[in-house]
Design a binder for this molecule. Structure first.
Ligand code: ATP
Length: 758
């Protein structure tokens, strides 16, 4: 039951300016009681009278308090209230003494004078005409804001959101809301289609209104990009949007045309269907294709010289390169853009090393990078050459790019105006690079710099939109070398051999005669979890010479009995149990404990980090913590309301309690999130799951994450089905088509959206 109180704000006890959370004391109008009130307020001015709705509650330390849900500022009604209001500090340049003089001069008429005849304020001693005008402007602004906030509250808009909306639109807020509330979804961060749609329905906007349908279609396209798609075929867009909007498909055609005319979307037709792109995505693909094509320059090399150089490298490194590896070195030397691909153990890293040596011998400067910190670290170890994340290579500076839809609002110091100054760039783990990052990378590369892209095209595609590596390869326009041979050392590894079998759809022997690939047949989720715990606590650390935390559980799903969410809760209990002295923090339904293994679940380009040297002194600082970065929660500080995480690569970052939303427990993670990472030992619990998801590609990615040991715990039938299930989730991307168009190749008639199907 909600109750009402009226009173004026006597003083503020606590206020968090970031989120508006406020504790304050209200002097109630009727009883002059001092009432502690708690709530979220965009703006708090002492002395202002408010009418608030909410509930009384009893706080275990602070006693009785009133939790405000909504409130309205009331215009000052009597001279006392007027004096309090003017003297509260809300009006710049007016203090308590001056407020008293103004009210003494005009009495009951003060408010009307201020609002209607402000120039008369100059009659008061100490107020010039200019100051009178300034006071009047401020009073009017405050009154306007008050009215607007009341108007917004009527539609169930929270105070916080209301303040953001008012800041954006000012006095136009009325027309925006009444004509097209869906604009909120475009203009205001934190408002998506769903919120805008709720507001619209409260305002009484029709379900088939033009704005609603357009906004819903745009929303559908952007949702699809969250699944990795760059576009949607028109029919699929209509189906999805029609489900979302509960509006018949027949309404949509005309709006699609309007959206194209307004350049919100780009329509491309092939012989089968119409493809619909959010315009910025279309441009991203087009520009990426253009830049790739521009880099595709031949640098003729003398054949004999190349042979001599390769022989020399082989001698230096004591490795005899196989034909395709040699070809890779030759192509890398002879082209502005070169792609090296191959499965695990096919000698990609060995080839990168040979390429590095070749260019070093030429006196060229090189830069190495990979999409994740972990992959960059591995690249450094394997090549002995410093590798960075692509974000660091491009010098992410943490300042959001205001106009940067195409860069996801991220600003890099290295870009078209300030390109990377180096002869050769080698990027590893290319399968994880999405269209945004590829576009940003290419902006910072000028013709004359060679770029070498290395990756396994059979890994799952990037989390972000696009299917960049595969599209570049499938365009058929650039020099590509695919390594297929599994080397002797690698062929001793059943991880490698089985990965290749899985990729080829061949069954894998599960007789446990292997030294690095085990299958434990169990058919009950809870028994599987028990086995997983025993493996982590006892067996595997000794077996692979690693700490329990380095052993990674990978699952296909988030939900379900063996999903990430449930497994993490259970594993946390066993692997990091509560202990006195171990601090804990609950965020929503999640509980974090000092010592937990955690993972960042979205890109945060602003979060600051530091690498600490001896005695904890920072030796390096920077910004940006990315989706998939894992570490250990080292310390929870209740006083500062922060939690410190040490990431695997040695970076420390302080999270405010609010930012903990960006962290998740990481004892178990999805196979999707594990892309580009490697672990000494991987455990795959596999029992059942949706057919769409449980496919060959997913199993391949899971298995290839392990360096020393894979243990599958579950049903051999599910395992076998996954190998047989070739069907991959479709990813709608078309970089390959843009590349072909630009290079003048004939666009294949049959392919449209199937860049990932083949
Ligand atoms: N030409 C070669 N002759 C002999 N052994 C080789 C050759 N090339 C690679 N190897 C060996 O094969 C194994 C796998 O090679 P490498 O690590 O380069 O492959 P990779 O494709 O990078 O593998 P991953 O994807 O698993 O990192 C290594 O032990 C390496 O020493």
């Amino acid at each position: 039951m909600s109750e009402k109180v009226i009173g004026y704000i006597d003083h503020v006890i606590f206020r968090n300016d970031e989120n508006g959370y406020t504790v304050m004391v209200l002097k109630t109008a009727d009883s002059e009681e001092e009432l502690t009130c708690v709530g979220t307020f965009p703006d708090v001015t002492q002395g202002v009278t408010i009418e608030a709705e909410g509930q009384f509650s009893q706080h275990h330390i602070y006693g009785r308090q009133f939790n405000i849900q909504s409130y309205a500022e009331k215009a000052p009604e009597d001279t006392q209230a007027m004096e309090r209001y003017l003297g509260s500090g809300a009006i710049k340049g007016v203090g308590a003494a001056l407020a008293a003089r103004i009210v003494r001069c005009f009495g009951e008429d003060t408010l009307r004078i201020v609002e209607e005849e402000p120039e008369r304020l100059a009659e008061v001693k100490g107020i010039s005409e200019k100051k009178a005008r300034e006071i009047a402007v401020q009073v009017t602004e405050k009154a306007d804001m008050r009215k607007a906030m009341m108007f917004l509250q009527k539609y169930g808009i929270s105070l916080n959101l209301g303040a953001k909306i008012y800041q954006k639109y000012g006095q136009s807020v009325y027309s925006v809301l009444q004509e097209n509330p869906y604009r909120l979804a475009d203009d205001i961060s934190g408002v998506g289609f769903k919120i805008a749609d709720t507001i619209a329905s409260r305002i009484g906007i029709h379900a088939d209104s033009d704005y609603r349908i357009r906004s819903g279609m745009m929303y559908t396209l952007l949702q699809a990009s969250g699944e990795g798609h760059v576009y949607l075929p028109k029919d699929e867009l209509f189906d999805r949007a029609s489900q979302l909007l509960q509006v018949d498909v027949s309404y949509m055609e005309k709006h699609l045309m309007d959206m194209a005319i307004d350049r919100n979307v780009v329509l491309k037709e092939n012989d089968r269907e119409v493809l619909v792109y959010p315009s910025q995505y279309y441009r991203l693909e087009l520009n990426t294709a253009r830049m790739l094509t521009e880099l595709n320059i031949r640098y003729p090399q003398n054949e004999q010289m190349m042979e001599r150089r390769i022989a020399q490298i082989e001698k230096e490194t004591g490795t005899v390169l196989e034909e395709m590896q040699k070809k890779a070195v030759v192509e890398a030397a002879g082209n502005g853009l070169f792609v090296l691909t191959g499965g695990p153990g096919t000698g990609k890293t060995t080839t990168i090393n040979a390429i590095i040596r070749f260019f070093e011998g030429e006196g060229a400067t090189l830069r190495l990078a990979a999409p994740t910190g972990r992959a960059a670290k591995r690249m450094t170890e394997a090549t002995g050459y410093e590798a960075q994340t692509i974000h660091r290579l491009l010098e992410l500076n943490g300042v959001p790019d205001e106009d940067g839809r195409e860069s996801q609002g991220v600003h890099f110091e290295r870009n078209a105006e300030n390109p990377l100054d180096t002869d050769v760039i080698i990027i590893d783990e290319m399968s994880m690079v999405d269209i945004f990052l590829m576009h940003s990378l290419l902006l910072a590369v000028t013709a004359g710099t060679r770029i070498i892209l290395v990756g396994d095209e059979n890994q799952l595609p990037s989390v972000g939109p696009g299917n960049v590596l595969r599209d570049i390869i499938q365009s058929g326009v650039f020099p590509v070398v695919e390594l297929k041979k599994i080397f002797r050392q690698a062929s001793h590894s059943d991880i490698v051999v089985n990965a290749h079998k899985i990729h080829n759809g061949e069954q894998v022997s599960l007789d446990n005669k292997s030294r690095d690939f085990f299958f434990l047949k169990r058919y009950d989720a809870d028994i599987i979890i028990r086995v997983v715990i025993a493996l982590i606590q006892e067996k595997l650390p000794k077996y692979v010479d690693a700490r329990p935390f380095e052993i990674q559980v990978l699952t296909p799903m988030r939900k379900g009995l063996l999903g990430v969410e449930r497994m993490n809760q259970i594993l946390q209990r066993y692997l990091n149990p509560p202990e006195s002295g171990k601090k804990e923090k609950e965020i929503g339904e999640r509980l974090f404990r000092e010592g937990d293994k955690v993972m960042q679940i979205r890109n945060n380009y602003q979060l600051e980090w530091e690498v600490r040297g001896k005695y904890g002194i920072p030796v390096e600082e920077g910004v940006g913590v990315f989706n998939g970065d894992t570490g250990i929660l080292k310390e929870i500080n209740e006083f500062a309301e922060t939690a410190t995480v040490e990431f695997e690569d040695g970076r420390f970052a302080d999270y405010s309690f609010k930012q903990l939303e960006e962290l998740e427990l990481a004892y178990a993670i999805t196979i999707h999130k594990s892309q580009g990472s490697e672990y000494p030992a991987v455990i795959l619990p596999l029992l059942s799951g949706p057919k769409m998801l449980m496919n060959r590609n997913l199993l391949y990615t899971g298995v290839t994450r392990a360096r020393k040991c894979v243990t599958v715990v579950g049903s051999e039938e599910t395992f076998g089905e996954m190998i047989r299930n070739e069907k991959q989730q479709k990813r709608y991307s078309s970089l390959w088509a843009r590349i072909q168009e630009l290079s003048g190749s004939v666009v294949s008639k049959t392919v449209s959206s199937v860049s990932q199907d083949s």
